[in-house]
Design a protein around this ligand. Structure first.
Ligand code: FEO
Ligand code: CA
Ligand code: CA
Length: 693
């Protein structure tokens, strides 16, 4: 099947379509602030990569969830949990022919509809919306009469990551685990006064953050999912108690009036993307936590002030003014509170009474997510990007081996895996650095490619003792001020590393680098081979062949995103007249056939955000096709690509400048004159059947 030439939006106005209201509430206007990374960034020189270790099969009788390593044992589930089962087959016909399995659908054209648009022959439906009941007794959602008590039992706001975990012994039943990244109060409450939020609004917003665990039931013959009151249903909010583990647990840097032990944190904030572990838990990245903390401008200690600044914590009042209601958000009263956010959190969704964990051995930065690869010998490798312009890519390599099985003793053991091991930051070099001029012009090799090395920052032993591997910093300082450790070793400054995911079929690792319009500005780093465009509006996708537990890797750019008609774009060498335009790659997922799927955030090509499939191997490598678009003003998040169901989270629908709850720009999903509601959506082939086949 040949793709129809696509209607392209050829607009090079240099602006992401993300509304300024979204920037304000989602990331604390990160783009209009100074870039937090002003470090020197040493020249590292040539990096010699040692031979890549080849991995075989991990023979694990693991839980009925996900095996993440290449060829990793995948336990049989009828599987729509997007686990990337190794069983699918696909052949890219040389020189054209049929679309590879998983990608045989008619691409959705760019558009600005107030709807979820799916390919011809597919259907979609909402799974759960902001305000829908999660816990028994939750009242029906009443936009005009919200209360914190109701929100604590209802699905939270602005869903980002979604994980779908099969419930063992119950066919077609899953736990849906979803992050609620942030609240946009002007869209949650009519008549909202940002200068004078009410205590009810504050408490409702606190309850609308965090995560939801909801049991969902599939419908035979379709991909439809319906929420149920299952025994594991749970709301985690910005008021839930967390346990701190790893080298910073008990550190003076984490002690507050409410928690003199430095081991118990109230709440999780700005949970962006995440990952499902092979042992059946969910990891969630605390991303733009900086924006919740007020009065950094009154901090006088220069060391403390510099640390705050490196994390983008600055200014007086916070956007939401939470400091007026709870002293923990006021840095003058609680100078260490901000040090207690910015971690990878782990939730055991199978035990609603369990205390979720903040893993400090994995470092503190704006964690976009954490995703796992398991090596042959059971070593666990967790990848995580720091989503800020000119910040870094990290991985954590465990000291303990994963214990197979899904009994309680395995779970207890595996919940400690992310507490002992080595944290690394990435340095990349290009093969042809002299040929990079910032225009996106390919070097003579015909692709952007090079080598890299993982620089160790922090080693935590199984006995809990941690060793700093960075001169001038203690172990707890590296754990809490990880960005500063990355600065000291001269890590490579990237164009906003978002999702960072290993392909379960091949073991190759992919990173979405979403954009960076500051690249090449005066006084800022210029383009380099992995970040080859100055004023980078559309982002790129990096492909890594990693030694996983080792320290060497090679890399190349799979996609240099944007309008395919523009000279500065690259689609893996595929014919650019036959691809969908793609801009601002954000979340990544893999289908059961091994294709990469990408969701976008902030399309700079004047279309709504969407979800795209990308062929990785064979003659059609780089072929990019849009599978769906989300309603106007929304962002596509949390993709899960299963055998017969595609899921996405629609975040912030209708968040357009000039709009608000008083003047809604979207009426999705309920139509009429309703308020827009962030929601999880499932799509499937009409009449059932495998997606893209
Ligand atoms: Fe929450 Fe980096 O996206
Ligand atoms: Ca994201
Ligand atoms: Ca994003």
């Amino acid at each position: 099947m040949k793709l129809k030439p696509l209607a392209l939006f050829v607009t090079h106005d240099g602006k992401s379509s993300r509304a300024s209201i979204t920037c304000q509430y989602k990331c604390g206007n990160a783009c209009s602030h100074e870039v937090p990374n002003t470090s020197g960034g040493e020249y590292f020189g040539d990096i010699v990569r040692s031979a890549m270790s080849r991995r075989g099969l991990l023979k694990s009788g693991a839980v009925a969830v996900l095996a993440v390593g290449a060829g990793g044992a995948l336990v049989a589930c009828s599987d729509d949990s997007g686990s990337g089962s190794a069983g699918g087959s696909t052949t890219a016909a040389a020189g054209g022919g049929e679309a590879p399995a998983g990608t045989a659908f008619t691409a959705v054209a760019p558009n600005t509809e107030d709807a979820v648009v799916v390919p011809e022959g597919y259907e979609q439906a909402v799974v759960i919306r902001w305000g829908d009941p999660v816990l028994p007794g939750a009242p029906a959602f009443d936009f005009a009469n919200q209360t914190p008590q109701a929100q604590e039992m209802q699905f939270g706001f602005n869903n980002d990551f979604a994980g779908l975990l099969p419930v063992e012994g119950q066919p077609n039943t899953y736990l849906l685990v979803v992050n609620h990244e942030y609240t946009t109060e002007p869209f949650m409450f009519t008549g909202y006064d940002p200068a004078n939020p009410t205590v009810e609004q504050f408490q409702t917003a606190i309850a609308a953050h965090g995560l939801s665990v909801v049991q969902v039931k599939g419908e035979a013959g379709t991909g439809r999912l319906t929420p149920e009151f299952g025994p594991n249903n749970r709301r985690i909010t910005a008021n839930t108690q967390f346990l701190v583990t790893g080298p910073a647990a008990g550190s003076n840097l984490l002690k507050t009036t409410a928690d003199p032990t430095g081991t118990r944190v109230t709440g999780t904030l700005n949970n962006c993307s995440g990952g499902v572990t092979p042992w059946g838990t969910v990891l969630s990245g605390e991303e733009n936590f900086n924006q919740y903390f007020a009065n950094a401008d009154q901090v006088t200690d220069p060391t403390v002030a510099a640390r705050l600044k490196r994390y983008g914590i600055e200014g007086g009042a916070s956007e939401r003014k939470w400091e007026r209601f709870d002293p923990r958000f006021d840095l003058v009263q609680e100078p260490n509170e901000a040090n207690r956010f910015g971690y990878v959190v782990e939730v055991n969704p199978w035990d609603p009474a369990s205390t979720p964990i903040k893993h400090t051995a994995m470092g503190r930065f704006k964690h976009e997510a954490a995703t796992i690869y398991v090596t042959d010998d059971g070593t666990v490798v967790a990848y995580s990007g720091d989503d800020e312009r000119f910040d870094y890519m990290y991985k954590f390599v465990s000291a303990r081996k994963m214990m197979p099985g899904n009994g309680q003793s395995s779970m207890r053991h595996n919940l400690t895996i992310l507490d002992a091991g080595t944290l690394y930051v990435a340095k990349l070099t290009g093969d042809e650095p002299d040929q990079i001029d910032g225009s996106g012009k390919l070097p003579s090799a015909g692709r952007f490619a090079g080598k890299g090395q993982w620089i160790p920052l922090l080693r935590t032993g199984e006995d809990g003792k941690a060793e700093s591997l960075v001169d001038g910093m203690s172990a707890e300082e590296v754990a809490v001020f990880t960005r500063l450790a990355g600065d000291k070793v001269g890590a490579t400054k990237m164009d906003r590393p978002e999702d960072f995911e290993p392909n379960p079929k091949t073991g190759k690792v992919y990173v979405a680098l979403t954009n960076n319009t500051k690249r090449g500005e005066e006084g800022k780093p210029a383009a380099d081979e992995p970040n080859p465009r100055n004023n980078n509006k559309n982002g790129q996708v990096l492909e890594i062949e990693d030694e996983h537990a080792g320290t060497g890797f090679t890399w190349n750019l799979l996609l240099v995103c944007g309008d395919p008609a523009a000279a500065d774009t690259y689609f893996g060498g595929f014919d650019k007249t036959q691809v969908s335009p793609i801009s601002c790659p954000d979340n990544l997922a893999f289908d059961p056939h091994g294709n990469l799927w990408i969701s976008t955030d902030g399309n700079a090509l004047k279309s709504n955000d969407g979800l795209f499939s990308v062929v990785l191997d064979g003659d059609r490598r780089g072929e990019t096709k849009q599978f769906l678009t989300v309603p106007k003003g929304g962002e596509t998040c949390g993709p899960i690509i299963g055998e017969s169901r595609v899921m996405v989270c629609v975040q912030h629908p209708g968040e357009l400048d000039g709009a608000s709850a008083d003047k809604p720009a979207s009426h999705w999903p309920d139509g009429g004159t309703s308020q827009p509601r962030p929601s999880v959506v499932a799509a499937w082939k009409s009449g059932g059947g495998r997606v893209g086949v």
